[in-house]
Design a protein around this ligand. Structure first.
Ligand code: ZN
Length: 250
């Protein structure tokens, strides 16, 4: 795996070029974390949840917290199956986020889009499945609550135990998101990966007579002005002059 922003994506047309940094998208990367966090918040709100549900583990069950999270996630899948059998497939959708408690144990914070589910039923099911009857469920009244709730439990990033997932959703959580992803991957097909950071690409463009400026949040666009003008521009501003300190230097 490459280090964040060391490689780029480029796309060329006759008089215009585009490039953007290839991001690592890791929760542990300082550059990518805020992006992932705001995407998760948007995804949380986008599913239009109606209830918060918290599921816990029993520390005396399982070898270690990592195994308890596996058991917890599995138990939740079984609960969803049972609920679906009762009320129908489309009646329940969720986004589950992992939290690590002060004791180092996993909790699942679940945003649910569902009709009323009795707390006693969930508690009994979790007691039967993994001996963890401590279950909290409450109603959501507005979107602000959703954002606050997520922000509270993912202070820096959703927790990870071993190589566990930090969060996941049911397939029907956000139907519109799928089409968005498809559109994004079709657009991506025209981009090529280049094993160079943007700072090097910009210099290449200058040598070819293209002057670069920012495009969107992270990308750059190069327009053809001819070598002489691009060279003068390059000498006058340099990469730092044009794009500031944002990019890592080699
Ligand atoms: Zn990164």
């Amino acid at each position: 795996m490459t280090i964040c922003r060391e490689w780029s994506l480029v796309k060329s047309a006759e008089a215009e070029r585009h490039a953007k940094p290839l991001l690592c998208r890791s929760w542990s990367c300082e550059y990518c974390r805020p992006v992932r966090k705001s995407k998760l918040m948007a995804q949380a709100a986008g599913g239009e949840p109606t209830r918060f549900l918290t599921l816990t583990v029993n520390p005396s069950v399982g070898r270690d917290p990592e195994e308890r999270l596996r058991l917890l996630a599995h138990a939740w899948r079984l609960c969803v199956k049972r609920i679906r059998r009762q009320i129908g497939d489309q009646e329940i959708a969720y986004l589950a986020v992992v939290e690590e408690t002060k004791q180092g144990e996993p909790h699942l914070h679940i945003l649910l889009r569902s009709p009323y589910l009795p707390q006693w039923w969930l508690s009994a099911a979790m007691a039967e499945l993994i001996q963890a009857p401590v279950v909290d469920i409450r109603r959501i009244y507005n979107r602000k609550q959703v954002i606050r709730y997520i922000a509270k439990y993912i202070a820096k990033a959703p927790a990870q135990f071993g190589s566990s997932k930090r969060y996941w959703t049911s397939q029907n959580w956000e139907d519109r998101a799928d089409t968005k992803d498809e559109a994004a991957s079709t657009a991506l097909a025209r981009w090529q990966v280049v094993m160079e950071p943007l700072s090097i690409i910009v210099s290449r463009w200058w040598l070819d007579g293209f002057i670069a400026r920012k495009e969107g949040k992270e990308g750059i666009i190069g327009e053809y002005y001819g070598r002489a003008q691009a060279y003068t521009f390059h000498q006058a501003l340099g990469y730092e002059g044009l794009f500031g300190q944002g990019e890592r230097s080699l």
